[in-house]
Design a binder for this molecule. Structure first.
Ligand code: ATP
Length: 511
């Protein structure tokens, strides 16, 4: 645990030191669970967003994108169920006065049991060596099965209680499991209460007549209310999707874990409209498609898993999370939800406008069903950033810190150095940059010895370094140095763009 915490601390301090993420309003001691993206962070975030957008919109003939306003008519949130049901179950510890999400306390308890399973697996892997079959072990070992059953029972009971709004049973469960407050260590809990997560604000100058608005807690509703507009103007035929990226706001109570859980964050969502009855097939397809997309980034297959929901939201008939192994354990990265016709029907009822699709084959109207894929851009950023940050021990015993970001996402693609600050070498380096900068993000660096400059770019995540030396003046060649292998080779200046292009090709990455 201590090791994981250390790693997470390193991630946070590296993100600050190298200009990726800053605490918001830091000079005023910050604002809790609100963060700013710095010069490198904004580029990484933009590249991740672009990678998602291209995969969803550009590669699918039947998916289009939109960008809707953060402010929406307040009836939207009544129709969507957010006014009545978008809340978290909260519990206070009477001694520490700290407030927790009751479901998170129970989930954390289960995560501890899961740690025990991981320990058993690690022990067995050591014992059996090469012949160890993890899947078989997990499905047959008595102790592991016992732990798993315990987890399943706990989560299933919690899911049912939350579904029935039986908050007394959620509290009873916390007490029965003997869950103590992590701060005070006491088990002196209040009752569990629901707390709405939407931020309210006002529209209009006159306080008396101002309209109550909410900052949108999800981007999805902007898509639903525009369903008919997009369908008609785009002449879209079912099945089709509408994608959108944008800010969402939630008054999170348990707001910790850096950019994992923020009060202002960005979502990348796609609502896929399908014929009623085909939703399960599309739900399975999108689960598979989205996992494949994540795997294309090369962060390692073992870092992902599905978690099918026991407790379904008020709008869903099936839901699954793609979980990622963050430095603090497996947690939700993306949600895939089969949202039925709940949203469109609700907006029909509240607006009095038809939100239907006319099927030219059967000559009938119907309200489409929806399969949603919803991923948090900031969580994805954290997943990629934390997974890429490694400390390597080199052959000579020294260590290097390297941010092995997927090259297609790296904020700076090429760093160019003159070996010396004289003899016309800086001018050549600038010429190279002036030529590359139309296609790639570049950086010029002439400070310190070249070795130090390489290390700086390693820590920054830059995949290619180019060094200009005296030989360059004679034969127009430079040294290219690759971040991950540290390999260096002599290439012609004219080949730089081809090498970089090949490595960061979207087609290559998405596969
Ligand atoms: P959680 O259970 O972690 O609160 P959620 O199930 O409420 O998340 P969804 O409503 O399904 O989340 O939102 C879709 C995605 O948006 C999530 O998978 C996550 O990546 C992202 N997300 C949700 N809330 C936050 C937040 N407070 N900060 C950052 N990202 C978030």
């Amino acid at each position: 645990m201590a090791k994981q915490e250390d790693l997470f601390k390193k991630v946070i301090s590296h993100a600050k030191e190298y200009g990726y993420v800053f605490q918001s309003s830091e000079i005023y001691d910050g604002l809790s669970a609100v963060y700013d993206y710095a010069q490198n962070g904004v580029a990484l975030k933009k590249n991740i967003r672009n990678y998602w957008w291209k995969a969803m919109v550009q590669l699918h003939e039947n998916i289009v994108g939109i960008d809707t306003a953060i402010f929406m008519h307040p009836t939207t949130w009544k129709a969507s169920g957010h006014v009545d049901a978008f809340s978290d179950p909260l519990i206070d510890n009477k001694d520490s006065k700290k407030r927790y999400r009751a479901d998170v306390l129970i989930e954390d308890y289960c995560a501890k049991i899961e740690k025990k399973i991981e320990k058993e697996v690690a022990k067995a892997a050591k014992r059996f060596g090469d012949t160890f079959n993890k899947e078989e072990f997990i499905s047959t070992n008595g102790r592991v099965l016992g732990y798993q059953e315990k987890i399943n029972n706990i989560l299933s009971r919690m899911g049912k209680s939350l579904e029935k709004e039986d908050l007394a049973d959620v509290k009873a469960q916390i007490e029965e499991l003997g869950i103590a407050c992590p701060v005070s260590g006491s088990k002196n809990w209040t009752d569990v209460k629901q707390f709405n997560l939407m931020f309210g604000t006002k529209l209009g100058a006159d306080a008396a007549s101002a309209m109550d608005l909410y900052l949108r807690p999800e981007t999805a509703q902007g898509i639903f209310v525009n369903f008919a507009n997009v369908q008609k103007t785009g002449r879209m035929k079912i099945p089709f999707g509408i994608a959108q990226t944008g800010k969402a706001f939630r008054n999170e109570i348990v707001a910790r874990q850096f950019i994992f859980r923020m009060r202002e964050f960005e979502q990348m969502e796609m609502q896929f409209f399908v014929k009623p009855g085909t939703q399960t097939e599309w739900y399975e397809k999108w689960k598979e498609n989205r996992l494949k997309w994540h795997l294309s980034l090369g962060l390692g297959k073992d870092n992902y898993r599905f978690h099918d929901h026991e407790k379904l939201a008020h709008y869903a008939d099936a839901a699954s999370d793609i979980e990622f192994k963050f430095p603090f354990g497996f947690k939700e990265l993306e949600g895939i939800h089969s949202r039925t016709d709940f949203d469109l029907k609700a907006h029909e009822e509240h607006s009095g406008k038809k939100l239907r699709f006319f099927d030219p084959e059967t000559k009938t109207n119907y309200v489409p069903y929806v399969v949603e894929t919803s991923v948090g851009l900031d969580r994805l950023f954290l997943a990629i950033f934390s997974n890429s940050l490694v400390t390597e021990t080199l052959e000579d015993g020294s260590t290097r810190v390297v941010l092995k970001l997927p090259s297609i996402l790296a904020p700076t693609k090429v760093a160019v150095f003159p070996l010396l600050k004289k003899d016309g070498l800086p001018e050549i380096a600038h010429d190279i940059i002036n030529n590359l900068k139309f296609d790639f993000t570049t950086i010029y660096d002439e400070k310190d010895a070249v070795g130090r400059r390489y290390r700086r770019q390693d820590a920054n995540g830059t995949p290619f370094c180019i060094t200009v030396d005296h030989q360059t003046k004679e034969d127009n060649t430079v040294t290219i140095r690759y971040r991950d292998t540290m390999l260096q080779e002599r290439i012609a200046i004219n080949d730089i763009a081809t090498i970089v292009n090949k490595d960061i090709s979207f087609k290559k990455w998405i596969g």
